[in-house]
Design a protein around this ligand. Structure first.
Ligand code: BG6
Length: 493
């Protein structure tokens, strides 16, 4: 089946922070793909706003460069790129400069059928001043949308402050908090897998599932990214992306795909998380920081070596493993093991649902007991779903059992390219669909659960455990799961 393109209403998308990295790497390439597919056309406009002095023509050139650099070459269609960049215009503006705000007002069209969206690709301390100016200059309408993204605070208190600031002007139904993991095709597929098939739901609980593993491993380092040292893996990956994944795996079936029906269920999961506090922090959490390797064939700097001089000695974690428990009827007694880190052995994000062993085996165990089923949901790369099953090894030699995957590979099944997360999310804003965006209460519930872990780490005298770059993390991460008689899933044997 081919994909279905449903054009969106014409829009004026105002992007604050238009010359930044996010705009070039993610927003422009994503919009280009949607334009190329005909989801919108020249009746829409993208208005860049930033302090940097640029003309419209220079901003259009920046857009063209972003397409050249960040869109795969096979999609560079000269005529389409020429048409695409023409919808870009630019306004020089400093939040405190009234002149620029007048220009923004002039650039926007008055037609109520044209959707107005403001993407704040700027530091969160500018969200409130920008929202205030949008209101003061009457640029914002009741049906306008505002898009914001992380870091949405560094703890519960600061995130509430940011949300309060935005809420002074925008109503919650106008606020689109991006967690780009929710825009990933495979993450949305969790919903399809669970709620468009009958076979999983009856066994999706503690009676049949032994435990769940969530791994988001990256091979890149982090020390050269200024922001990262302030954040660390707990805030950068767990508080948002991984807790959102957990919610989609663990939530009750919502009554519909309505944004609030779904978000209500996710919120219940976040509120059922067993707090990890005080003594439990040492038992159920592991944090690590990578050290370098150097051999004849490779040389990778340590996190410390990548840091600028004034940050040396930092105890920021580049790896986290957690044992997470959900205190509700469905999941009591089923641990969810998380691990995420930079400079790990490979880039892989996957969810492993480990089922319980069969209750009784009729087979000869000379070659070991049948392995319990596993469902592996591979989010990236090599997106797909695998059910690990026991089958009879073909041929003579008795009843020998072997574990093999029932394998659904997206690349083999679908011919269409898989859209990037931002393609979906940017146009969901125009459609007015908040389903894949975080609601304020979700965000705050996530911070509330994460804060005590971080606070305990800050009080602890020991530094993060070190792990060698290019491995699966510190030994403590293995101890965390092996103590429970389980092991990390690291691919088929
Ligand atoms: C971002 C984090 O939110 O997600 C980065 O700030 C991380 O540190 C990135 O690398 C991972 O996203 P993806 O889509 O590459 O898995």
């Amino acid at each position: 089946m081919s994909s279905r393109i449903i054009p969106v209403q014409p829009f004026d998308y105002v992007v604050f922070g238009a010359t930044g990295d996010l705009t070039k790497r993610k927003l422009i390439p994503a919009l280009y793909h949607r334009f190329l597919d005909g989801q919108f056309d020249e009746t829409s406009r993208i208005i860049g706003v930033s302090r940097t002095k640029l003309s419209d023509a220079e901003f259009q050139e920046l857009a063209r460069d972003a397409v050249t650099e960040f869109v795969e070459e096979e999609y560079h269609h000269k005529g389409t790129v020429d048409r695409f960049v023409k919808i870009f215009s630019y306004i020089v503006n400093d939040v405190s400069n009234p002149a620029g705000w007048g220009d923004i007002k002039k650039a926007l069209r008055d037609d109520p059928k044209i959707i107005r969206a403001f993407y704040l690709a700027v530091a969160p301390d500018l969200f409130e001043p920008i929202a205030e100016q949008l209101s003061k200059t009457k640029v914002y309408r009741r049906d306008s949308r505002v898009v914001i993204e992380k870091p949405l605070g560094h703890d519960l208190a600061s995130s509430m402050e940011i949300n309060d600031g935005v809420a002074k002007i925008f109503k919650e139904d106008q606020v689109y908090r991006i967690d780009h993991y929710l825009g990933k095709e495979t993450v949305q597929n969790l919903l399809a897998l669970r709620f468009a098939n009958t076979m999983f739901e009856p066994i999706w609980n503690s009676a049949h599932i032994d435990h769940v593993q969530l791994t988001v491993a990256e091979s890149v380092g982090a020390g050269t990214r200024g922001y990262y040292d302030e954040s660390g893996a707990l805030r950068d990956m767990i508080q948002n992306h991984m807790l959102q994944l957990l919610c989609l795996v663990a939530m009750e079936p919502p009554a519909s795909d309505d944004a609030d029906a779904l978000r209500d269920e996710k919120l219940k999961v976040l509120r059922s998380l067993k707090p990890i506090t005080n003594g439990d922090v040492a038992k159920n959490t592991v944090r690590g920081q990578y050290k370098g390797v150097s051999s004849e064939t490779t040389s990778v700097a340590s996190y410390q070596d990548e840091l600028p001089a004034d940050k040396k000695g930092s105890r920021t974690e580049t790896f986290v493993a957690l044992k997470v428990e959900i205190e509700n009827w469905r999941w009591a007694g089923v641990p969810f093991y998380f691990r995420t880190g930079k400079r790990m052995a490979s880039r892989v994000s996957e969810i492993c649902i480990q089922f319980k062993p069969i209750p009784h085996s009729i087979f000869d165990h000379a070659e070991g007991a049948p392995k319990a089923n596993k469902l592996i949901i591979r989010l990236q790369p090599g997106e797909g779903v695998k059910m690990m099953m026991m089958i009879k090894d073909p041929g003579p030699g008795g009843m020998r059992l072997r574990e093999v995957p029932l394998n659904l590979s997206f690349a083999d099944t679908f011919t269409e390219r898989t859209p990037e997360a931002y393609e979906r999310l940017l146009l969901d804003v125009i459609r007015g669909s908040q389903t894949l965006f975080m609601r304020r209460d979700e965000l705050e519930a996530a911070w509330k659960w994460v804060d005590p872990i971080r606070e305990a780490w800050e009080r602890a005298s020991e530094p993060p455990q070190s792990y060698v770059a290019g491995t699966w993390g510190p030994s403590g991460s293995y101890a965390l799961i092996e103590r429970d008689g389980r092991t990390w899933y690291e691919g088929e044997d």
